[in-house]
Design a protein around this ligand. Structure first.
Ligand code: GLC
Length: 819
């Protein structure tokens, strides 16, 4: 048994708050007693023998480390893409203060030396960004190892990000815990859930900064909940190791995120098929049902790119096996799917069935996590009693990654890592109620991990277990199939998970509240560095009404990862389940996604280069607009599309806030809306309120049944008249890594008044632009010229205010509407 019953009862009571944990015996650092420098860092010893080290990773990224132990550990982090460098440091003493900078143009850190060591950070222009609260200096508990720091807070400051939280968009005056938790059917407001990303972006009077607290222990953020005049973050152990991003000259959220993702890495470009529509269920089984689902999509002409195989495909839930009864010929089945343009993704959980006759179990011995007494850790999950690879051990990762070979050979295209918080079952023999945050639902805290050479307990490595599993998968796929881009989907993760995987928001529920919550959850994850995100469409637990499913599919059509998924005990849920009326609307929602895939793909390419995600909360693009700061039922896709889904039952119109400084045209009928206004717009069931920024050029595609077919069709670029602007179309082979060697192309379209100029790529190899569609044209122009010559290949539609202009097959550069 992993935890005896009295112990577990105590842990349960503790987790319920019925008994109080012993309060931390906080001790502050005291004053600086010793200073030591090298070229790129200053290290201070304080009167409490703690050590503080300050350096600059970049001119606007300060790093602060504090170890209560008097020495620092080897500098190692699972979150970071590389070991962070440090710039040469300029150190000056001004009175009692030590002033640090890494460049004349960058931010500065000021350290107050006594009576307590205090740290303040200023931006390049000299403005105060963030500073320690003198009433609550950095503290630690020498007995438990807990550490924490508190910052002064201005009452109006807002906080965003924090990864995956089932909370409102701005997390001011919220208390959050970072501890990956398997929380099926989580209610809105429940915290923590599956992912832990201890990073946030603050916004105060239009200016931003960011903080990344790189500590993998159970950690917490009290963002002014206990006391509105300060916020506090800390953890149960480890170093106080954090980065402050001052956001460059502009102090913009985009600069903060660029710097954060420079440190923690950027999501690589997914294969294009992974951006198509995906259909899942727990579980489609047997093979005949999978065939039937694929065939029905094609018969009904509803686009689809991926079908999922949830745990039901396996033989007794043994990973990398197929049920001989239900899936006797997997390779043949997958071939059939591929022939229809459908990809296959299988679930792979971390639990490996303890069974001496199971070769994978036998092969993994020595690579499993071990109990405090050194035995192989056993716990129950789907297959029964399982052992669990220690994904913090590089050998275990390499071994696990190699296991994908067989499935790749059979034709599986992508992989879905689940239950990797890690989540385990509470044995039913215990006959105690299972609580959402039951401490027995994961490994005991004293479980041993390798920690890539920094051996430690589960208390230390719990939050990175899932991410390291996704890494094992990603790296395994990259090695086994170097010509193709890996597609990995993970439920658990930590900061930096974007380097390996897409993320979905776990077991949400079939409620309107959850549909509403999906928007702040996904925009928050996005601006926490994770661009490829989605929620189970329709809600995982429970059966949605026809209206809820239809609205959800519509809302999700423009989220980065689009997948319907549902629990085992729910009614069938495919786009056609609810009858013809809904089927037609659902088809149109999926078609809209395929229409906008060239735009979404361009955004993904941008995101891989800059870290700026496709899906954004309004404030991120409009930090100066106070009206945008807390809008959480709308989102931006890139800069140019504003999506305002209906998230309430029986609603057929909704109020939309249009961010300040731009004009927004209705995607469907061209109606202009002035930025800074809130307008009630029509939203019948078959209409997603969608708006395009005047001046934008949005690449689109004619509808296709899958991304492979779409790649053969020429592009159509939608131009939103009413302001000057520009847009881009990024294209490449859609898979593989040729794009990294220049096998890609970008066309730029610029709009000046009524004239569009196209800058083609130097060697056009991919889809050509076959037409422009102007939105917001009140009456037909007297003529349209293409490179100076009048064109007759135009079509005007008065009801939608759309004007379509066909472009000849030869390269053209200037298209002008004469009015
Ligand atoms: C977990 C996953 C869910 C999956 C189920 C069975 O609950 O979150 O998506 O369907 O396990 O594998």
């Amino acid at each position: 048994m992993r935890m005896n019953e009295p112990l577990r009862c105590a842990a349960l009571l503790l987790s319920l708050g019925w008994v109080q944990a012993a309060p931390a015996a906080w001790q502050t650092l005291g004053r600086v007693v010793h200073e030591q420098r090298d070229k790129a860092a200053i290290e201070l010893t304080t009167s409490s023998h703690a050590h503080v080290r300050v350096s600059f990773v970049d001119v606007d990224v300060a790093r602060i480390r504090m170890s209560p132990k008097g020495s620092f550990e080897r500098d190692f982090s699972y979150a970071l893409a590389d070991t962070p460098g440090a710039l040469p440091l300029d150190v000056q003493h001004k009175g009692d203060k030590i002033v640090l900078r890494a460049g004349a143009d960058g931010s500065r850190v000021e350290i107050t030396q006594a009576p307590e060591l205090l740290i303040d950070v200023y931006d390049a222009a000299g403005n105060h960004v963030v500073g320690d609260d003198p009433a609550r200096p950095i503290a630690f508990d020498a007995v438990t190892g807990a550490i924490e720091t508190s910052k002064q807070r201005v009452a109006t400051e807002l906080y965003y990000g924090f990864g995956e939280k089932a909370l409102p968009l701005s997390r001011h005056q919220q208390y959050m815990t970072m501890w990956n938790s398997d929380t099926p059917g989580y209610a809105p407001g429940l915290d923590p859930i599956y992912q832990s990303i201890p990073f946030f972006i603050a916004l105060r009077e239009g200016k931003s900064y960011g903080v990344f607290f790189d500590n993998t222990y159970r950690s917490y953020f009290d963002m002014g909940k206990t006391d509105a005049s300060r916020y506090t973050f800390g953890a149960n152990g480890g170093e106080l190791n954090y980065y402050v991003f001052t956001g460059g000259r502009e102090r913009s959220p985009a600069n903060v995120l660029r710097d954060y993702t420079m440190l923690t890495g950027r999501g690589s470009l997914p294969p294009q098929w992974a951006l198509g529509y995906q259909q899942s269920r727990y579980s489609y089984s047997p093979d005949a049902q999978v065939r039937e689902i694929a065939r029905t999509f094609r018969d009904k002409r509803i686009p689809i790119d991926v079908i999922y195989f949830d745990i039901g495909y396996m033989d007794g839930y043994r990973i990398f096996t197929w049920s001989p009864k239900d899936f006797p010929e997997p390779a043949k089945l997958l071939d059939e799917l591929h022939a229809q343009g459908v990809h296959a993704v299988t679930i792979v959980d971390p639990g490996i069935k303890v069974d001496e006759n199971f070769p994978i179990y036998r092969a993994g011995k020595n690579l499993y996590t071990r109990t405090a007494s050194g035995d192989e850790l056993h716990a129950e999950v789907w297959p029964g009693i399982c052992a669990f690879p220690d994904f913090t051990n590089p050998d275990a990762r390499t071994w696990f990654g190699s296991l994908y070979a067989g499935f790749l050979e059979q034709g599986v295209d992508g992989f879905w890592n689940d239950m990797n918080e890690p989540g385990v079952f509470v044995p039913s023999s215990w006959k105690l109620p299972v609580l959402v945050h039951d401490p027995a639902k994961t490994f005991p805290l004293d479980t041993r991990h390798d920690g890539d050479g920094l051996a430690g307990t589960h208390a230390r490595y719990h939050n990175v277990y899932g991410m390291q599993m996704a890494r094992a998968t990603f790296e395994g796929l990259a090695k086994l199939r170097p010509q193709q881009r890996p597609f990995v989907l993970t439920r658990a993760g930590y900061a930096g998970v974007q380097r390996y995987s897409a993320v979905w928001t776990g077991d949400n529920a079939s409620t309107w509240d959850h549909l509403g919550l999906s928007i702040p959850m996904l925009t928050s994850l996005s601006i926490s560095g994770v661009p490829f995100v989605g929620a189970d469409i329709g809600g995982f637990t429970g059966t949605p009404s026809a209206e809820l499913y239809t609205r959800w599919l519509q809302a999700a059509a423009l989220t980065p990862f689009m997948r319907t998924h549902s629990a085992i005990d729910t009614a069938p849920r495919e786009p056609w389940t609810y009858g013809e009326k809904y089927e037609a609307i659902n088809r149109a929602s999926i078609e809209l996604r395929y229409q906008l895939l060239p735009y979404l793909y361009t955004l993904f390419a941008d995101s891989a280069a800059s870290g700026i995600p496709p899906m954004r909360p309004l404030w991120f693009e409009y930090p100066q607009d106070v009206g945008a700061a807390q809008v959480e039922d709308e989102f931006l896709l890139g800069r140019d599309l504003l999506v305002a889904p209906v998230v309430h039952e029986a609603q057929t119109q909704r109020r939309v806030y249009f961010p300040k400084g731009n004009t927004w045209l209705d995607w469907w009928d061209g109606t202009p809306h002035t930025g800074g206004s809130a307008v009630d717009v029509a939203a019948p069931l078959d209409r997603l309120p969608l708006f395009v920024r005047a001046g934008a050029a949005i690449p689109t595609s004619p509808p296709a049944q899958n991304t492979g077919d779409a790649a053969k069709l020429p592009l159509i670029v939608r131009i939103a008249l009413g302001a000057d602007g520009s847009g881009r179309v990024y294209q490449d082979a859609g898979d593989g890594f040729g794009y990294r060697k220049g096998d890609s192309e970008t066309s730029t379209l610029s709009l000046h008044g009524d004239r569009v100029h196209i800058d083609p790529p130097s060697h056009a190899r991919f889809r050509r632009i076959a037409a422009l569609e102007f939105i917001g044209v009140d009456k037909p122009p007297s003529a349209v010229t293409i490179d100076g010559k009048a064109s007759i290949a135009t079509h005007f539609e008065a009801t939608t205010k759309h004007l379509r202009v066909e472009l000849p097959a030869r390269q053209v550069s200037d298209i002008e509407l004469q009015r």
